[in-house]
Ligand binder design. Structure first.
Ligand code: COA
Length: 200
């Protein structure tokens, strides 16, 4: 596979990020609550435009990986990402991707981040042949960590980044969660959502 695929879930349409999504990204990053554990403040239009160009460039780095814009009916919900590792401590680029997500606040706590991410894990392991998917966030980002956990990702390490402009809470570090292809396959074998009532 070379191009980034369009994906679907029960509720979401996930399309490769494109120029036409710029305004939606500007709106998303203008919410300081959305950006609380990313930069700690609303992004300016210029910052959001710069991030948009960087996001589009991700799709060119490794075939199949990139950002997906998510839509509920025709409404922009946010984005999901499978991105190649960037730092040496994240391990090899081959066979690995970093999972991420950022949703508009009005759509939080409806299971949508998990729903989209579950499809990205399926796509990454089953279609793209990834061996390991990891995710990182600030240790204090409870919502992001809870989303990683419902996906069957487990805590690998807590670590520090050498940040120029540390955010409140960064003294507690960053966390990495991960799931391997074998772990994902084992969860799939016991039914949607992994071990739980479905396996009883
Ligand atoms: C992180 C984020 C994407 C979660 O989105 P969401 O759609 O609300 O998540 P979901 O509804 O799919 O929830 C997934 C799990 O996390 C839990 N969860 C979500 N937000 C939570 C919170 N604030 N506190 C505790 N648990 C939370 C949910 O209860 C669910 O677990 P469950 O199935 O056991 O109930 C959203 O909060 C967001 O966009 N935050 C801002 C951007 C950000 O920080 N992104 C991550 C940066 S690394």
């Amino acid at each position: 596979m070379t191009a980034q695929a369009a994906l679907r879930t029960a509720r979401l349409r996930l399309v490769p990020l494109a120029e036409e999504h710029l305004e939606a990204e500007v709106g998303l990053d203008a919410d300081p609550e959305v950006m609380r554990y990313l930069t700690g403040r609303a992004s300016t239009r210029a910052e959001a435009e710069a991030r948009h160009r960087e996001r589009l460039a991700v799709a060119a780095r490794v075939p199949g990986l990139g950002f997906w814009a998510g839509f509920l009916a025709d409404e922009f919900v946010g984005w999901w990402i499978l991105e190649p590792p960037e730092r040496p401590d994240q391990g090899p680029v081959a066979g690995q991707a970093e999972l991420g997500y950022r949703l508009r606040r009005r759509h939080w706590r409806r299971g949508l981040a998990g729903e989209g991410a579950r499809e990205l894990l399926r796509h990454g392991f089953a279609d793209l042949g990834l061996r390991r998917v990891f995710a990182e966030t600030m240790a204090v980002n409870t919502a992001s960590r809870a989303t990683m956990a419902v996906l069957g990702m487990t805590h690998v390490r807590t670590f520090s980044l050498d940040l120029d402009d540390p955010l409140p809470g960064s003294e507690l570090g960053e966390v990495e969660y991960a799931i391997t292809r074998d772990e994902w396959l084992a969860r799939e074998a016991v039914g949607p959502g992994g071990p739980g009532p479905a396996s009883a």
